[in-house]
Design a protein around this ligand. Structure first.
Ligand code: HEM
Length: 195
């Protein structure tokens, strides 16, 4: 009794860096779940993105103003519709075109974050990233899907939350670096002002 030796914790640099990076990379299983559910959403992809933006607008009057939801003559549908399709196309490109390649996810999100850094400071604030991420997580939580087991759907939702965290986290990092004038990565010169 009491003689049992504890196995020492692995302290190799490799393991440490693997752990540190685990939140930045999706596993093959997570990628499969994301791709499958995105394809399965099909025509509902647009509604999914729309619901995220509507939740953002509900949570932030400033985002509501940016989306121009209360503006005449068409209730700001143009700006709102534009942002819905931009975000839908962005996810579509990451999932289907880049096949959720880890480095491409980080690279594209970084560039997009820098692009948002160009948006005028008075109306784009860093708190928006939190609001978008929380709204995306809550929208993901509410997604219903027929013909998929509850265990598989739960795993897919977990994978989507992780994916959202990676994308928005990287956008926030790039946005913050751009605004502070200290960039750790280079971006193509095409990443210029959005407006
Ligand atoms: C609440 C946070 C956000 C706000 C308020 C916001 C706002 C904007 C605005 C005003 C534009 C310029 C649109 C124009 O041309 O009139 C823009 C562009 C864009 N946004 Fe966002 N955005 C937010 C978060 C995001 C997120 C999280 C994504 C992606 C997941 C995203 C994807 C894009 C894309 C792809 C563009 C187009 C960039 C280009 O011109 O290439 N945005 N955003």
């Amino acid at each position: 009794m009491g003689n049992k030796q504890r196995r020492p914790l692995s302290t190799s640099a490799d393991t440490v860096s693997k752990l540190a990076n685990a939140h930045k990379y999706l596993t093959i299983k997570e990628k499969k779940a994301i791709k499958k559910t995105w394809i399965r959403l099909g025509v509902l992809q647009e509604k999914f993105i729309r619901d995220i933006w509507l939740l953002c607008a509900e949570r932030s009057p400033r985002i509501r103003a940016i989306l121009q939801l209360d503006e005449e003559p068409n209730g700001g549908a143009d700006r709102f519709d534009l942002l819905v399709s931009l975000v839908q196309e962005f996810f579509d490109r990451l999932i289907l075109y880049w096949k959720l390649d880890d480095e491409k996810i980080l690279e594209e999100s970084y560039i997009l974050g820098v692009e948002h850094g160009h948006l005028h400071e008075s109306w784009f604030q860093s708190i928006f990233w939190d609001i978008f991420l929380a709204s995306m997580a809550d929208t993901v939580a509410g997604v219903q899907m027929a013909n998929i087991s509850s265990a598989k759907l739960a795993f897919a939702k977990y994978s989507w939350r992780k994916f959202a965290q990676i994308v928005i986290g990287q956008m926030l990092e790039a946005f913050t670096e751009f605004r502070s004038g200290v960039m750790t990565k280079t971006v193509p010169s095409t990443a210029v002002s959005l407006i």
